[in-house]
Design a protein around this ligand. Sequence first.
Ligand code: CTP
Length: 397
Amino acid sequence: MNVTSTQPARILVGVSGGIAAYKAVALVRRLVEAGCEVRVVMTEAATRFVTPLSFQAVSGHPVRTTLLDAEAESGMDHIALARWSDAVVVAPASADLMARLANGLADDLLTTLCLATSAPVHLAPTMNRQMWAHPATQANRARLVEHGVTLLGPAAGAQACGETGEGRMLEPEAIVAALLVGARQDLAGRHVVVTAGGTREPIDPVRFIANRSSGRMGFALAAEAVRRGAAVTLIAGPSALPTPTGVERVDVETARQMQAAVESIASMDIFVGAAAVADYRVAAPADRKLKKSGETLSLELVPNPDIIREVASRTDRPFVIGFAAETDHLREHAAAKREAKGMDLICANEVGADKGFDRPDNALLLLWGDGERELPQADKRHLAGEIFDTYHQITQD
Ligand code: CTP
């Protein structure tokens, strides 16, 4: 078990073509002053307005402009850059960039990164007021929001084209505030504990029983809770996902290690069991690698402790949020599971070959004492926000 320390927020700033690109220089500067690590990616059109050198000077790192730059790709390639980011903000986001993103195009480095990242993506739209009001742009805006993208602005006021109306880029200070402070601090002062990922139950020193959980939902919940001001402990099964900024992460392997890590936390306000905990473990794992004998091999499995049930039966129990992954009879199975384990809120999802596990998005059915809510297919970060909003709705605070 080890505890990973927190790091400064890693923000990827995307700059698309528009006269407001010059304001993005001030944005990068403000982010650096606020203690963030910033990398800048510009579209080809953006480089006509401001030179990459300006952004290099303020960010302290070389600026990337093309996807097919062999030298840059050999340093931090575009997938590594997408994974590196805690948040992506595109400012200014032109009408063209919004249209490309809304349609899932990945025809340059910036749009590719926006597709490849699991970090929240923010856009600060900037364009002439008629372009903003056009039904095509509005349809793209709606589609992007559906995909989990957060729009920052635009603001109304005088525009570079001489007109007045909606379409100005938000001021850099407002963008920084939205990015770093988060929309609401509605979990300030709470301790949120999240379990995430799958567990590994050893068979022998080199083999184990595992499952297909990626940990993405739990990591997204931990990141969202921090954004809302909570102190967050993330107890994670083996996962390659980066630790969200501001989260205390405890790495574990087996269900019993996860149980011990949860048990050691004396006080929590909200417990989220997002881990896919193995229900069984091998009774007596071999201490040497098992050799094949050609005969049938039987493994004796014994039940693992039920972590969420134990938390829900504490005398000073926190608000308990659990998950149910079901292949059939979603509502019935989830409702029964909620009752049986004493959860306050259960988030149920259908799983199958192409659903639920190891994907950046999902659809959920939330069930609690006297209510329910269906959350349509969306990015897991977006779902995390909806889950905490539902928590507030239930507890009415
Ligand atoms: N869970 C847990 N400890 C376990 C098993 C599950 O804390 N040993 C939690 C999960 O994190 C999740 C919820 O319980 O929040 C539902 O897990 P699931 O495995 O779907 O429930 P089971 O009771 O194991 O039901 P099933 O028979 O469907 O496997």
